[in-house]
Design a protein around this ligand. Structure first.
Ligand code: DX5
Ligand code: ZN
Length: 227
């Protein structure tokens, strides 16, 4: 079960410390949300953050492009190990996936809460991550939309029936109360921001972040869908 720590919720004044703490807790990757103030209202990280993260962690770094016209900027994120695009931003998704692969990165495709996942079927054999959004892109800390569980079940069945290899990802609202049902439905790749990096005042940040990752990992493993 893959746990990816989304730095959107991390203390940007101690990003290195936050990432090291997530790594110490056993996180499998670092998730970097790229936001353009247009596709989403929020603004977040750019390519330099992806590059600079290499100095503080050995973990894979993933870039999640929550931007309009990602085709224009994919090459800027070629230092990432995985590049994720929002399917509704790509007029020719197959071409976008090929463009991502040409950088050497793995390819992920994300589906918003109001969008069906079935039209992606012809592409599923070509991607590394099918990312189901349980919140609207743009902000951390939003409530979890449980309709994503039906999509996860569908993705799991398709993968088993057709022998595909993509990971089934979940982004948004991932925390102790949602990991179990999601794992049970078939999710095996969890992206968490608030659930990893939110630290109450008075708590030791590094120890709390590491413990958060351990807890998510334990719950995901406990509820893993067999088969
Ligand atoms: C939302 C981002 C998520 C965000 C999730 O647009 O794609 O990666 O960090 O935040 P939480 O885990 O707080 O819902
Ligand atoms: Zn994200």
């Amino acid at each position: 079960m893959h746990i990816s720590a989304s730095i959107l919720a991390a203390d940007t004044m101690d990003l290195g410390g936050a990432v090291r703490a997530a790594e110490a807790g056993g996180a499998h990757s670092i998730h970097v949300d790229v936001m353009d103030g247009h596709y989403v209202a929020n603004l977040a990280f750019g390519p330099k953050v992806v590059v600079d993260l290499r100095r503080v962690t050995n973990l894979p770094v993933h870039a999640h492009l929550e931007v309009d016209n990602p085709d224009r900027c994919i090459d800027l994120y070629g230092a990432a190990d995985l590049i994720i695009v929002q399917e509704d931003t790509c007029p020719d998704l197959a071409a976008t996936v090929a463009r991502i692969r040409a950088t050497g990165a793995g390819a992920g495709v994300a589906v918003n809460p109001d969008r069906p996942v079935e039209p992606l079927l012809p592409l599923l054999e070509r991607i590394d991550l099918l990312l189901l959004m349980a919140v609207w892109p743009g902000f951390g800390g939003q409530p979890f939309d449980s309709s994503v569980l039906t999509k996860a079940g569908w993705a799991w069945e398709q993968r088993r029936a057709r022998g595909f290899a993509y990971a089934i990802g979940l982004d948004g609202g991932v925390g102790p109360s949602t990991v179990g049902p999601a794992a049970h439905a078939g999710v095996d790749f969890f992206i968490s921001g608030t659930g990893v990096f939110a630290v109450d005042p008075g708590m030791a940040p590094a120890a709390t972040i590491a413990a958060n990752v351990v807890r998510l990992q334990d719950l995901a493993t406990l509820h893993r869908r067999p088969g």
